[in-house]
Each structure stands twice: as structure tokens, then as C-alpha cells.
Ligand binder design. Structure first.
Ligand code: HEM
Length: 122
């Protein structure tokens, strides 16, 4: 029994280690949630809040473990998404909500394109 107790921190460490290194699942889930909130938001201040959150989730995603063969293309896609988010934020600052929504729609196109690539074999 005592042995098991002593081993607990080690066992815990083994379980949490891969989670710390982390893959894309967690930031992607958050991004998906905040994207939905941003598109549903009825005022520019709320849109800005969710888009800003997405932006930092992409920063997080960029540090995650990715399949080596696909890493370069993944990073390219994540940067493209960030570019659209920045353009959306700039449009909001300029008071152009319609343009901000157009850039958000482009984020969805990029998501579809890169998810298709992510699912490809090899
Ligand atoms: C353009 C660059 C992107 C790349 C390279 C990418 C890559 C990936 C990958 C590899 C997964 C599978 C993760 C796993 O389960 O291990 C994933 C899942 C997912 N991604 Fe993306 N993604 C991108 C953009 C986006 C964007 C823009 C959104 C949202 C607006 C998004 C939302 C999601 C969601 C909701 C999941 C499912 C997570 C889950 O529940 O398992 N992704 N993505």
C-alpha cells in the first residue's frame, strides 16, 4: 500500500506528460467554440473579444506537437488564419462590421481546406 502511494506521483507524471506536450485537439476545440461565438455575436465589442481569443489560441496551436511531415503546411495555414483574424479586427476598428464578417467567413474556408489536408494520408 505504502509502495503504491510512493509511486503515485510517478504514475501521475506519466499520465500528464503527453498532455503537457499536447497536440492540436485542445486549442482547436477552443478555437471552434470562439469562432461560433464570434459569428453569433450581435455587437462589434463581443466579436472583437472572441476573435482576440481565437488569435491567442492560434499562438498556442503553433507550439503544439504536429505530424512532422505536415508541420510546415499546418503552420502556413495557422498563419493565414491569423492574417484573416487581424483583417477582421482591423475592419471592426474601422467600424465596418460587414467586412469583419467577410474575413471571418474566409477563416471558415481555410479551416475546411486545411482540415481536408490534415486528414489526407502521408
Ligand atoms: C488552418 C489551419 C488549421 C489546421 C492546420 C488545423 C488542424 C487541425 C487538426 C490536425 C485537427 C485534429 C486534432 C486532433 O484531434 O488531434 C483539428 C481539429 C479541429 N479543428 Fe482545426 N485546423 C486549422 C484551422 C481551424 C480553424 C480555423 C478552426 C475553427 C474556426 C478549427 C477548429 C477545429 C475543431 C473544432 C477541431 C476538432 C477538435 C476535436 O473536437 O477533436 N481548426 N484541426
Amino acid at each position: 500500500m505504502l509502495k503504491t502511494v510512493r509511486l503515485l506521483p510517478l504514475m501521475f507524471g506519466l499520465i500528464t506528460l503527453p498532455a503537457l506536450a499536447g497536440d492540436l485537439e485542445q486549442p482547436m476545440k477552443k478555437m471552434g467554440f470562439n469562432y461560433k461565438q464570434a459569428t453569433k455575436a450581435s455587437d462589434p465589442a463581443a466579436m472583437e473579444k472572441y476573435i482576440t481569443q481565437m488569435r491567442s489560441e492560434i499562438d498556442d496551436a503553433k507550439t503544439r506537437t504536429m505530424p512532422t511531415a505536415k508541420q510546415e503546411k499546418f503552420l502556413e495555414g495557422l498563419n493565414e488564419v491569423q492574417g484573416e483574424l487581424d483583417a477582421s479586427l482591423a475592419a471592426l476598428k474601422a467600424g465596418d462590421e460587414a467586412k469583419a464578417r467577410e474575413h471571418l467567413a474566409k477563416v471558415n474556408d481555410l479551416k475546411k481546406e486545411y482540415h481536408k489536408y490534415a486528414k489526407q494520408k502521408g
